[in-house]
Design a protein around this ligand. Sequence first.
Ligand code: FAD
Length: 400
Amino acid sequence: MVIGGGIAGPVTALALRRAGIEATVYEAYEGNADGVGGTMAIAPNGLDALDAVGAGELVAGLGQPITRTRVTDGAGRPIMGFDHLADLPPSRALWRDRLYRALHDHAAARGVPIVPGKRLVATAEDDGAVTATFADGGTARADILVGADGIHSTVRGLIDPAAPGPDRVPLLNLCGLSEYAPPNAHPTTTYFAFGRRGFLGYWVQPDGRTAWFANVPFADPVLAEKLRATTSGEWLTRLRGIYADDVPGRELMARGDPATVACLGWVDIMPRVPHWSRGRMVLVGDSVHAPSPSSGQGASLAAESGVQLARCLRDLPDVPAAFAAYEGMRRGRVEKVAARASKTNNSKTVGPAAITMMRLVMPLMSRLFMTPEKTIGFEHRHRIDFDAPVEAPALARAAR
Ligand SMILES: Cc1cc2nc3c(=O)[nH]c(=O)nc-3n(C[C@H](O)[C@H](O)[C@H](O)COP(=O)(O)OP(=O)(O)OC[C@H]3O[C@@H](n4cnc5c(N)ncnc54)[C@H](O)[C@@H]3O)c2cc1C
């Protein structure tokens, strides 16, 4: 059974099914996620992982191709930029609810059951099986329980009560649409602007509107109350103040559509999780490796992990060996991506002097050290050969 019907859950269940293993997904919420979440990216490595479950083309078709990244300061002056790797398919920018709906429909069409309204609260293991108990009092029993239940995972704490929770970066994450399209903006380019008082990412959609996400410093401990009380129109008013001195932030917010503004809360990232599995329970996706949203890799890594876990369970004779192989395959990679993303986060909280310094130093740095290959090659070039057999890791082999 797979706990969590977000992005990792349906992908894992589809991959398990391809590996000949039946899986049912249990999702806490009843709704269909329409309008929930903002914009996100699927990188070439994520599309490759989705290909393994027959969803690569489907997802590519939902998103807008992105082939270049340009970084500027708040006045629109270039800091650095790079073209994405030309021999790979472009990354796709898309709205989370569309991705969610497409994956759910794809899973349903392939016979993967997704049961809504099932919030996992407890588990118990006995000989050869694990039993899940849900908040509604129902139970389910399976050979394996996969925790795909997101960054605030319940399964993580059931595997290891001492497991760390997410680290909170003092940045608020907001997103929305603007009727303004910066005149020089290229339609397949994402722009990252280090503004005077906040960071802004944006790209112009095919419909001529601009999708944006804003990361603004915010360390107020009573945020939860404030978030509940703040309307999207009020957020937009605040953002107009924050980006008043920036180009094109000022224009983007001035013509922002209040109905589309959503506050997604603080930027949370997962620190290193010591135990990825215990007994018959294992973690995939944000529950075990949520990098900062700056990485553009959260959903792509989640899809990779779901597919790799299925390969390990298909090929290795017992559960401990499969889980050890899976962690061995994944841990180094996801921790390296998280480390790169946290550097970007740190730069979002710097002041105006540091931004000026970035503007002076980064062009030289990027010419000398930051080729696209060095910057994103490791992340984007990852490929999965689903049919290739998985070897048992040395430690697990020795233990048998
Ligand atoms: C509401 C929401 C909005 C998001 N918006 C964005 C965004 O705008 N941009 C972006 O880049 N990323 C966003 N993300 C994160 C992004 O979806 C993930 O980084 C990535 O796709 C990895 O997916 P995941 O399936 O591991 O986790 P998630 O997508 O978080 O999915 C986890 C799922 O598990 C379910 N769940 C949680 N606890 C339980 C439980 N106890 N029992 C059963 N089910 C449970 C949740 O309801 C959710 O559907 C959002 C996530 C959520 C949940």
